[in-house]
Structure formats: structure tokens, C-alpha cells
Write a protein that binds this ligand. Sequence first.
Ligand SMILES: C[S@@+](CC[C@H](N)C(=O)[O-])C[C@H]1O[C@@H](n2cnc3c(N)ncnc32)[C@H](O)[C@@H]1O
Ligand code: SF4
Length: 401
Amino acid sequence: MDETTDPHGIDKVFCHLPWMHLCAHLDGVYSRCCVDTTGLNTELYLGSNRPTMTLPEDAVGCSPKSTFAADNPDLVMSPAEAFNSAAMRRTRLAMLAGDPVSACRTCYERERLTGDSYRLQMTRQDKPALGVEECRGRTEDDGTVAGFPSFLDLRLGNHCNLRCVMCGVPTSSSLVQRSDDTWLRNSLDPYTDDDTFWQCIEDNIQSIESMYFAGGEPLMLRAHQRLLQLFVDNGRAAEMDLTYATNLTLMPPAVLELWRSFRLVSLEASCDGVGPVFELVRAGGRWADFERNADLVKDQVQLSIHASPQRDNVFNLGEVIDWSLGRGLDVHISNVIREPAELSVRNLPPAEKERAHAYLDTLAGRLTTAGHKMPAADVRGVLRYLLAPPTLTDGLPSASV
Ligand SMILES: C[S@@+](CC[C@H](N)C(=O)[O-])C[C@H]1O[C@@H](n2cnc3c(N)ncnc32)[C@H](O)[C@@H]1O
Ligand code: SF4
């Protein structure tokens, strides 16, 4: 739309997610989506003393077992209450008026710098996204929307068996246990014993169509298995799509069995190298386990491979791509690591950077010649990131974490 057909600039700020989605973070914080800045509060977990855990202004809310619950009693709520919380209602009304929402600034900023964002990616999913007028029609004067989200992003805890070099506190319980720089002592598990969460899911089970899981390691989480069982027991599984970010180093047989009941299960398996490079980056993981599990599940689920390019695997990306294509699996290497800064390929010493430039250039050429357009484009994207001036994407949180 241009200025004449879109006088309020709604297209620049509107996102359909607040009308059909909710994200539940691993520390019990609810947010508009996974890149909503009010849901990402990593810095509060650093240091040896627990600070006052004040939720950011315009935060959606938190669950009763959240690390934020005690310090934000007015914002403790169930997922259904979160979907129509004051912040969500304000967000909808602002978007319909064409006003930007501060919590959504990561998307606006990414679009300004790169032309793409989580907001825009979500409009390119299989199903057509809800349009502005449809959302306006569903919205009451105070911003309330009837019903419950059809799409949930659930990070049900931080329990994880690995200590990946680029991951951190509080995302992986194994890293938390080894860190000298956090006041956290236990794994985060804010939903398993939260009756309001389970009652709310049960009450709204007919509305939920798809769920995205991350963590921690979602396949290890107690609440995850219980949730799948709930959908099976309520006869909903056959109409449900599940997507996972997983390290795929363990594959509980009970989960594999539960998956058989669901319409579609997609695994985005994180794989940051082949053999020793995998074991260097994904510390605590064994390449043999990953390879065995990939072969075990690849005919039962929709499996794709996701590498996050960084200092320790940049010269191994070709092997990850060849390993994946050799098994007929889609491979994505677009989630470049920006933080911690010392792992960013942009901060390689000059000679290594020059070598990485030549390596990626040759790899992109080889993939293009072989007709592998998507991985070739991803490799060119890594190259652009490597060579761009530091202001291009620095300082923006990653969409998938
Ligand atoms: C935090 S993990 C959680 C899910 C699961 N444990 C896994 O490893 O896939 C989700 C994704 O974030 C990526 N990731 C970890 N640390 C990151 C960082 N510092 N920057 C960007 N992505 C990161 C991982 O490689 C993984 O693909
Ligand atoms: S497996 Fe995932 S959650 Fe665990 S340490 Fe690695 S990136 Fe973090």
C-alpha cells in the first residue's frame, strides 16, 4: 500500500499475531511473540544477587510460578487472561490506528535494516494470515478479542542436556549450573505445576491448531509430554500441527509414539557441525546420537536441519549442507550468531575473515552449480553478514531464541 491507500501507515505496524497467538517463555513470562522485547529479560538473571524482577512496561503478564510473579502480583494471570490483558488490548488498538508498538520494535528495526522481520515471515506461512479488516471486525472497543489463540509458542522450561557455546543463562539449565554469574539455582519449570495453565489449555483445546516448541530442550521437558497427551486424550491431535526447535540428541520413545497421533510434526533440528565440530559447538552432545536420531525420525516427521553460523563452525558449513542434502533433508543456515560478539564471524581476526570469505564464496558457487538454490542463498547471506559494516544488523535480538 502507498500513502494514498494506506493513510495511517497500518501496513508498517500491523501484525496479525496479537489476534491469534501467544508466546509463553521459559521463565513463565507471556508475550506477544518470541521477539516481543518485553518477554526477553536475560540480563535480570545475571549477577550473584537476585534483583527485583520488575516486568518491563507494557509487558503482557506472567504465570503464577514465574520468576517474575512475586514482584509483579498484578500481572500474574492464565494464558487466556494474558491474551486479553491490558497490554494486548492496547497493542491491538494501536495497530488498528496505525500507531507503532514499542514492544514490537525488533520487527520495525529489522525491516528498516534488512527488509524482513518475524512479523512479515508470519504472513508467509501456509495458511493465509488474518487481514486488517478481519481483525478490526473481531476487536471490541476496548481491544478485547473473543476466544483463545489458535497458535501457541511454548517454551515450557530451560531444562537442557547441552551447553552449546553460543547459548547462555537462563536458556540452558546445564549452562546455568556451570555459570558463576547467575543467582539462579534450579531449572526453570514454570508451567508443570501451574493449574491455571492446564485448566486454561483444557478449556480452550478446541481453538488450538498449532504449537511451536523450544526451550531449553523441548523433548526433555515434563510439561511438553503431558501437553501432547492432553491433546491425544481430547481427540484433538489429528487436527494439530507441531513444530520444534530441538537439539535432537535424545529421542524419548514415548514422544515418538505420541507424535503418531498428530496431523503434522516438523522438527527444526539444530546442527552446528558434523562430527567433532558438532561436539565442539553443541558441548555435551554426541554426533553419533544426533545422526542416529535423525535417521530414526526422518521418515516419520518433517525433518529439517538448522545451523547457526559462527566462529567455531564457519569452515564446516559445507559439511553440514552436504550431510543434509545427502539424506534428502532441507538445510537452513540463516540464523547467524551475533551475540556473544566474540563468536560472530564478523569479529574473526582479519586473516581468518579473509579465509572465511573465500571459503563461503567457493561454497556458494559449488551449491549454485549443483542447483541447490536455497542453501546457496543462505551461504551468500552469511557472506553478506561477514562483510557488511558493523551497523547493519548488530544489536538486534535473534528471532528464534
Ligand atoms: C535456544 S535453542 C532451544 C531449542 C533447542 N534446545 C535447540 O538447540 O534447538 C533454539 C535455537 O537457538 C539457537 N541459539 C542458541 N544460542 C544462540 C545465540 N546466541 N544466538 C542465536 N541463536 C542461538 C540454537 O542454535 C537453536 O537453533
Ligand atoms: S541445546 Fe539448545 S537450549 Fe540447549 S544449550 Fe544448546 S542451544 Fe541452548
